[in-house]
Design a binder for this molecule. Structure first.
Ligand SMILES: [Zn+2]
Ligand SMILES: [Zn+2]
Length: 371
């Protein structure tokens, strides 16, 4: 394996000062951090190499040794010598946690046996979102094993003994060149214990695939995309370890009357041209089951809207309600009797143009434009 020069790797001069090295490292490490590349092996290798380089160059002692002996300074056995030993150097896991704490999921590091979080997509009607609702959902996931009550073994006295591979640490350390790399113990899968008489139902895991019926409470006011966390109802942990959480993702069904913008309910209301002209009233079925009466003032235009305060959706985690908005669309009659046509002809004969000021002013402007 060809080892790249540490200075070259970080793209700095040999005599570069600490701040320059640090800045170069931070930039590179962010660039090639595995979280950004979805497990790309090349980037992962590069990320490791960059970390190796920085770990040496940030330390004046190690840097001096590197400057004198090159990579040989940090090779174990094989003729090289390790001037620092293991003490004071804790491998990658420490570099990760000190420098990349913000990128890492702390729970994943702390407890590998914790159950995974689950997602459940829940479709609600507008009425259900308005009042809030309790739903029973069926979740298929790893659940606590009923045969062994999550213990993982059939015996009740002495169930687990300390894992010999890792001495109960749940992690094993491996030397990789100069670096000590920690990983989960393959024997006990991180739990630090081995089961003597594993439960047949769950093979010692203390959890098995099952369907659970779960009653979940949906608060009033949820909307498309609202996420509700149900603590502890995710996948069961390994042998009694903490369960993950369940996340409900709310989706809204289409409503025959209302569209929704936040807490505002919006209805497109076609209104007859006579009602728009003479005024009148319309009635809408409120989301709470009550009628909402809206007064149409005489001369209402298409596109104008009427607002009824407090007749909208409930406010999530809050009080009161939003508004109901009726967007008026004036409908021109398409089917008229001979008598109705005659009445409208008579009306037209009396028109002066002042009845519709917008039309009058528009055509006046159009005439001026020609002239
Ligand atoms: Zn079991
Ligand atoms: Zn182990």
């Amino acid at each position: 394996m060809v080892e790249q020069d540490y200075y070259e790797l970080l793209g700095v001069q040999r005599g570069a000062d600490e701040a320059t090295i640090k800045a170069a490292y931070r930039k590179l490490a962010k660039e090639c951090h595995p979280d950004r590349h979805n497990g790309c092996r090349d980037q992962e290798a590069r990320f490791k190499a960059v970390n190796e380089a920085y770990d040496v160059l940030k330390d004046p002692q190690k840097r001096a040794a590197y400057d004198r002996f090159g990579h040989a300074a940090f090779r174990n056995g094989g003729g090289g010598h390790d001037p620092f030993g293991d003490a004071g150097f804790n491998g990658f896991s420490d570099i990760f946690s000190t420098i990349f704490g913000e990128f890492m999921d702390p729970r994943a590091q702390q407890n590998a046996a914790r159950g995974a979080d689950l997602r459940y997509d829940l479709e609600l009607s507008l009425e259900e979102a308005f009042t809030g609702v309790e739903k029973t959902i069926a979740v298929q996931s790893m659940a606590r094993c009923e045969s062994c009550h999550g213990r993982g073994c059939t015996r009740t006295d002495h169930c687990a003994s300390t894992c010999q591979t890792c001495g109960g640490m749940g992690k094993v350390r491996a030397q990789q060149g100069f670096f000590v790399v920690e990983r989960g113990c393959p024997t006990c899968r991180g739990s630090g214990e081995v089961i003597s008489d594993p439960c047949r139902n769950c093979h010692g895991e203390g959890r098995a695939l099952a369907e659970r019926k779960l009653a979940v409470k949906i608060p009033a006011g949820v909307d498309e995309g609202t996420r509700i966390r149900v603590a502890g109802e995710g996948e069961a942990g390994v042998r009694g370890a903490a369960s993950g959480d369940l996340y409900l993702f709310v989706h809204m069904k289409r409503h025959p009357i209302y569209a929704r913008e936040g807490t505002t309910l919006i209805a497109e209301c076609p209104v007859s041209f006579t009602t728009a002209a003479l005024g009148g009233a319309i009635s809408l079925p409120g989301i709470d089951g009550n009628k909402v009466e809206l007064k149409i003032p005489p001369g209402m235009q298409s596109g104008e809207q009427l607002r009824h305060r407090g007749a909208g959706m409930s406010v999530l985690n809050g009080r009161g309600r939003g508004d109901l908005v009726a967007r008026i669309l004036v409908e021109t009659p398409t089917r008229m009797s001979a008598k109705q046509k005659k009445l409208l002809e008579e009306f037209r004969a009396t028109e002066t143009g002042d009845e519709c000021p917008a039309a009058k002013s528009f055509f006046a402007r159009a005439r001026d434009y020609f002239a």
